[in-house]
Design a protein around this ligand. Structure first.
Ligand SMILES: Nc1ncnc2c1ncn2[C@@H]1O[C@H](COP(=O)(O)OP(=O)(O)OP(=O)(O)O)[C@@H](O)[C@H]1O
Length: 235
């Protein structure tokens, strides 16, 4: 299977302080599911930001979809970013837009015609079980509902990679299981999924998932499996 993400000796320094991430090297395989774990402050969010191109590394090489993402010409960035869906812990829904319009937003931004937007948006709302909340503003939705709208928005453009930063941080355990089930379904459809979490009980919910552990800015990979990933077991 092809590699979809490759980090080689990546370092990240904010300002003039010590490096937040050091010597980060790993390879993610297309179609696999990864959990990113590690204590608070280890650098999980920082690593994900490098991955979804919201942050440039201070050093090292990042390859996405087989291309150098650090040297990418600025005008190609939006096209690359569209291939990566992002789910934030704090949802980041647009407060004055309805659930429907939040989910439709990436399609509108990409210039899709209004007459072909309705079907995929309704389909996504149904997939996350919120077709009856299409008209609701985010502030009237529960945390789990907001997160499901955020997931629908992240995947409506059919990204090749889905990155989720503590997506279950603000929901109860039942909803956490439900959200993880959505990620598992997407993964089975071929999306490469990376979920950062503190929540250890989630880890065994996706038996085929691989673990990436960050500790004080370094990847802990004693078996080398992230450098030379084994084939993903057949589902
Ligand atoms: N924009 C920034 N400017 C300066 N320092 C930052 C910035 N973002 C993060 N840091 C620092 O980098 C370190 C790692 O933070 P990061 O948010 O990546 O960790 P984390 O593992 O996601 O933590 P948590 O689990 O608590 O969310 C922390 O010491 C943090 O203060």
């Amino acid at each position: 299977m092809a590699n979809i993400v490759q980090f080689e000796n990546v370092g990240l320094r904010y300002g003039t302080g010590a490096e937040t991430l050091s010597d980060i090297s790993f390879t993610l395989v297309t179609g696999a599911f990864y959990f990113l774990t590690g204590p608070s402050g280890a650098g999980k969010t920082s690593l994900l930001k490098l991955l979804y191109l919201a942050q440039r590394p201070s050093r090292g090489i990042i390859r996405l979809f087989g291309e150098d993402a650090v040297m990418l010409p600025r005008k190609r960035l939006p096209g690359f970013r569209r291939r990566i869906g992002v789910v934030f812990q704090d949802f980041r829904l647009v407060p004055h837009l309805s659930a429907y319009d939040n989910v439709a937003l990436p399609l509108r931004v990409s210039g899709m015609r209004e007459d072909v937007i309705d079907e995929p948006v309704r389909e996504m709302l149904a997939w996350v079980g919120l077709e009856d909340k299409a008209a609701a503003r985010p502030s009237t939705l529960s945390g789990g509902e907001q997160q499901r709208i955020a997931i629908a928005r992240a995947v409506i453009t059919r990204p090749e990679i889905l990155v989720a930063d503590e997506p279950t941080g603000n929901v109860d355990p039942d909803m956490a299981d439900r959200l993880l089930h959505l990620f598992g379904t997407l993964n089975r459809l071929g999306t490469t999924v990376v979920v950062a979490t503190h929540d250890f009980h989630l880890l065994n919910r996706i038996p085929e998932a691989q673990m990436m552990r960050l500790d004080r800015g370094r990847i802990h990979d004693p078996t080398g499996s992230l450098r030379f990933p084994p084939r993903r077991p057949e589902a």
